[in-house]
Design a protein around this ligand. Structure first.
Ligand SMILES: CC(C)(COP(=O)(O)OP(=O)(O)OC[C@H]1O[C@@H](n2cnc3c(N)ncnc32)[C@H](O)[C@@H]1OP(=O)(O)O)[C@@H](O)C(=O)NCCC(=O)NCCS
Length: 189
């Protein structure tokens, strides 16, 4: 493991392959042990760790190169380690989202955003977003959105740097209805 990698060009940014499900699982379980995981992710480490291999195989296969509705993008460091990831889901106009809100226009929804601590602060998250956004625009999305906990200041700052702005829409946090998640949106240019 490199102690610090400061140049974004040192990473390969790409879609996952279906056969890489063990690495998908490893990165997700590491993300779920992050100190802010309780704000950032809706499932716990214990819940994810208990899932069978078939779950990870299905998840990887459904989000791999060639899949139409979901794409998981990863950054591969020069030593082969996966340094970070974003996943983009396509939501079709006319459907209802998980919060019961209507989806007015075809859009991308970014989930599972994580950069390993030793790879943060170097622009990698922007490069991951750029790849995810390019895919979403190519799939016909008119906007891309994500939800971020009101107390996750670092993630909010990273999203603003990537061009996202708060839409004004908020939803109750799944684990505590007294807390809010904020919708951030990036409109297609
Ligand atoms: C969110 C995440 C992907 C962002 O990647 P990153 O490499 O850390 O982002 P960056 O360092 O480029 O940008 C974060 C900015 O927030 C700033 N920041 C750090 N802590 C902050 C805080 N508590 N409040 C506000 N801003 C903060 C940083 O200084 C930086 O700004 P700068 O570039 O002007 O210095 C990464 O931090 C991460 O994986 N976090 C844990 C998981 C997570 O929260 N995922 C998001 C779920 S919605």
């Amino acid at each position: 493991m490199s102690a610090s990698i400061s140049d974004v060009d040192d990473y390969v940014i790409r879609a996952i392959r279906a056969d890489e499900w063990p690495a998908v699982k490893r990165l997700r379980l590491d993300a779920l042990r992050d100190p802010v995981a309780h704000l950032a992710f809706l499932e716990s480490y214990e819940e994810a760790a208990a899932k069978p291999d078939s779950f990870w195989q299905d998840r990887a296969g459904g989000a791999a190169e060639g899949a139409l509705g979901v794409r998981q993008v990863i950054a591969e460091a020069s030593d082969g380690d996966w340094a970070g990831t974003v996943t983009v889901l396509i939501e079709e106009a006319g459907t209802t989202d998980w919060a019961g809100l209507p989806v007015g226009r075809k859009q991308g929804h970014v989930v599972g955003v994580f950069v390993r601590p030793e790879h943060r602060g170097n622009g990698l998250i922007k490069a991951l977003f750029d790849a995810g956004l390019e895919w979403a625009w190519g799939r016909g999305a008119e906007r891309v959105r994500l939800l971020v906990h009101e107390d996750n200041g670092r993630a909010q700052a990273a999203y603003r740097k990537a061009g996202f702005v708060p839409s004004g829409v908020t939803v109750a946090f799944v684990h505590d209805a007294g807390q809010r998640e904020l919708e951030f949106v990036l409109e297609r240019a």
